[in-house]
Design a protein around this ligand. Structure first.
Ligand SMILES: N[C@@H](CCC(=O)N[C@@H](CS)C(=O)NCC(=O)O)C(=O)O
Length: 369
């Protein structure tokens, strides 16, 4: 398709363009917003060229292969509907699982090309499945390098909540630029209509009522308690391991520095490196973890990773029989921790974590973070 499209996008591809515009069959066009193979602009031009009267564009955050699982079911539904078999047993069964098929929309981005990129102050608009058309767009204020942001993005992607992103300019936080939405000066926070919600945990609970057919808080009281405790373990314990190992150890910081540097435009990398080492070093010293010798911290982190592996052995999700916000909190911290080579080595010795990560990515993608 890529080769064909290259032809179609230049004047020499006129024949292909003509053939595409002659297609009149109902069209369900799948598009990944961070597709590494097909440029977003090219996909949109191609979509426009099709001559079909019934054309739908389904856009999801993520790379080429990160198509949401429910999208495949939707495609089968769509095909069965087109083939005139809307009452088939297979179709009814699928509708039973996912509710009535939803209409998906993708609007042009306010800042095309910024999806998941980190240009300071940039915003993006993403429309995703399950969007409630009658509610205003949520704005997510984020540091793209933050695991708490990753948790929230995954939650909104899973629920199909449309949101736009504002990449917070670190240097402007002390000046009070974002004080209205985040009185603590911490991020992520969201603006939902006239309400501001800060702290990723509060955000998860706030958005739980949006698209409730895709819950993240377990219904069972014991499972809900377990999800709460696991999330807290991720946010308040694993977080300090990732901070210490990713950002205060020189040999690991270099792997994370490029991304950090995107959130501090104008600060030379070497200066930023020193700032991060000193700032985070001081923070983890005060918290306490940073006072331990590195070997002891590595051993602690290995125990955490082994514990996670044991929790997942023979199970698909951390709590109960479905994805919950516990999975999202843990995968977000783990991804940050995996910048540390010691954590990567520990992961290699596990048996269940990688498959679980793939499962989470499939239905709750990071969304270009
Ligand atoms: N408990 C908060 C933690 C958020 C947090 O610590 N965010 C960090 C980025 S990873 C932050 O905003 N740091 C800026 C600061 O502390 O001034 C949550 O879950 O949202």
């Amino acid at each position: 398709m890529q080769t064909e499209w290259r032809q179609a996008s230049d004047p020499g591809g006129a024949a292909l363009r003509e053939a595409t515009s002659a297609v009149r069959a109902p069209l369900l066009f799948l598009m990944q917003l961070e597709d590494e193979r097909v440029r977003r602009a090219h996909a949109l031009v191609l979509f426009d060229v099709f001559g079909s009267g019934d054309k739908r564009l389904h856009a999801h955050p993520g790379a080429h292969a990160a198509i949401a699982v429910e999208e495949i079911d939707f495609a089968v539904d769509f095909m069965l509907g087109v083939l005139g078999d809307p009452g088939s047993a297979a179709l009814q069964r699928r509708r039973g699982c996912f509710g009535a098929p939803r209409q998906y929309h993708c609007r042009p981005l306010a800042h095309p090309g910024h999806c998941g990129r980190s240009d300071a102050g940039a915003s993006e608009r993403i429309s995703v499945p399950g969007r409630k058309e009658d509610r205003s767009m949520i704005t997510l204020y984020q540091f793209k390098t933050s695991p708490f942001t990753e948790k929230v993005r995954r939650a909104m992607n899973f629920k199909g909540i449309a949101f736009e992103v504002v990449e917070v300019e670190r240097a402007k936080v002390p000046e009070g630029k974002y004080a209205e939405v985040s009185p603590t000066g911490k991020f992520p926070c969201i603006r939902d209509g006239d309400q501001a919600v800060w702290d990723s945990t509060d955000i998860i609970h706030h958005i739980e009522g949006i698209n409730p057919e895709r819950p993240l808080v377990p219904a069972d009281a014991r499972d809900a308690a377990l999800a709460h405790v696991i999330e807290d373990w991720a946010d308040e314990s694993l977080y300090f391991y990732e901070m210490t190992m990713r950002l205060s150890w020189e040999h690991n910081l270099d792997a994370a520095l490029d991304e950090f540097s995107e959130t501090m435009p104008g600060v030379p990398k070497q200066q930023l490196r020193e700032l991060v080492l000193a700032g985070v070093g001081q923070l983890v010293q005060t918290q306490g973890l940073g006072r331990k010798p590195q070997e002891q911290i590595v051993r602690d982190a290995e125990r955490h990773i082994e514990a996670l592996d044991a929790m997942l052995r023979g199970r698909e999700w951390l709590v109960g029989a479905a994805l919950s916000y516990a999975d999202l909190a843990v995968i977000a911290q783990l991804n940050a921790l995996l910048y540390a080579r010691e954590a990567q080595a520990a992961l290699e010795k596990t048996s269940s974590i990688k498959a679980w990560m793939t499962r989470v990515d499939a239905i709750a993608p990071r969304g270009g973070n």
